[in-house]
Design a protein around this ligand. Structure first.
Ligand SMILES: NC(=O)c1ccc[n+]([C@@H]2O[C@H](COP(=O)([O-])OP(=O)(O)OC[C@H]3O[C@@H](n4cnc5c(N)ncnc54)[C@H](OP(=O)(O)O)[C@@H]3O)[C@@H](O)[C@H]2O)c1
Length: 313
């Protein structure tokens, strides 16, 4: 990519927006984006017309219907159908309109539920998926396989990153649809505000999560777009994970909450562990640089200053 390249960032959520801001700040002056309202990526005709008019050279595929356990179990159709359609449309028209390179954002959720840890790239499709997010995972695997099929059949350069869980500034703080970190921040913040002596967290606190700060993921995306040209998927992770209990304690410490954190064992734990083996990307020269405590503090300060009052709490 050079500063004048026509770069389409599909999706302007946590990752897409951070990527856009970073590229803009660094002088890339031909960035193309559309909001969901402006362009529904499940609409094949609209996506074709968009590619025909805009002719992007590089595509970051960061759009999709994303959510936690609750949303995944409530809307299995959208998680499977919308995500598959978005991928089909963007990948198909990237080929038709001669995109030079595409980065498909996969997910650690695409790996089997029971995997040796840390998870290596070649464990994909080696076992059953986590049932609570099966539709989402199948859509991701479909996107991966479609990129690889285009590369094989048409000699395209569609690369695939497999990130661990992401968090950071710009993330949705919403009671129903939030990921782990915003939902813990909201719960603990509210408990502190109300002087509650305890706060309840779903599950028994033992599942572990690997969490990468968003600016590290942005750097990894640009690093891969500039340096990686392989048909093989590549993991992008922090390199270690923490239990939900440890994560909740760190957040409570940053917020200054002194009450008790209780775990509701009647609620599902979700996936127990999904630590990625990121040695492949590390060997190529990318490494994360933001510590978990620093990332959480940054995100919390941002939320308090910008969003806290308008959050759906
Ligand atoms: N966040 C994580 O922890 C994580 C972990 C691993 C992998 N990933 C992957 O990283 C990518 C980006 O995730 P993210 O966290 O940035 O997600 P996000 O914040 O939910 O952003 C997704 C974006 O896609 C848009 N979108 C959804 N359906 C659309 C449609 N039909 N047409 C047009 N736009 C649509 C959303 O718009 P609306 O919000 O307006 O609908 C939003 O802008 C995804 O592929 C995700 O699977 C994320």
């Amino acid at each position: 990519m050079n500063k004048d390249s026509r770069i389409y960032i599909a999706g302007n959520g946590l990752l897409g927006n951070a990527l856009y801001q970073h590229l803009k700040l660094n002088g890339y002056n031909n960035l193309i984006t559309r909001t969901h309202v402006q362009l529904d990526l499940t609409n094949t005709d609209a996506v074709e017309l968009f590619f025909k008019i805009e002719c992007p050279e590089y595509v970051f595929l960061c759009a999709g219907k994303i959510g936690g356990v609750l949303a995944n179990s409530k809307y299995p159709v959208e998680f499977l159908y919308d995500n598959t359609m978005i991928e089909f449309n963007i990948i198909k028209f990237s080929h038709k309109f001669n995109v030079k390179k595409l980065l498909f954002i996969g997910s650690n959720c695409a790996y089997p539920k029971e995997c040796s840890q840390p998870i290596k790239e070649d464990y994909l499709l080696s076992g059953y998926l986590e049932s609570t997010s099966e539709g989402f995972s199948i859509a991701k695997i479909t996107g991966i396989k479609l990129c690889q099929a285009y590369n094989k059949q048409y000699n395209t350069n569609y690369i695939i990153a497999m990130p661990c869980n992401l968090y950071g500034i710009g993330e949705k703080f919403d009671k129903e649809n939030s990921h782990l970190i915003p939902s813990l921040i909201m719960k603990i913040f509210e408990a502190k505000k109300n002087n509650d002596d305890h706060v309840i967290v779903w599950g028994d606190g033992t599942p572990k999560r690997e969490l990468l700060y968003i600016s590290d993921m942005v750097n990894a995306c640009i690093f891969l777009m500039d340096n990686y040209n392989s048909n093989e998927i590549i993991n992008v992770g922090l390199g270690f994970d923490m239990s939900i209990k440890e994560i909740a304690f760190i957040i409570a410490d940053i917020i200054g909450y002194k009450g008790v954190i209780q775990f509701d064992t009647s609620k599902p734990n979700g996936t127990m562990r999904k630590l990625l083996d990121s040695s492949k990307i590390n060997k190529l020269g990318w490494n994360p640089s933001i510590s978990f405590k620093y990332g959480i503090k940054n995100m919390y300060d941002w939320w308090v200053q910008n969003d806290c009052k308008s959050t759906n709490k």
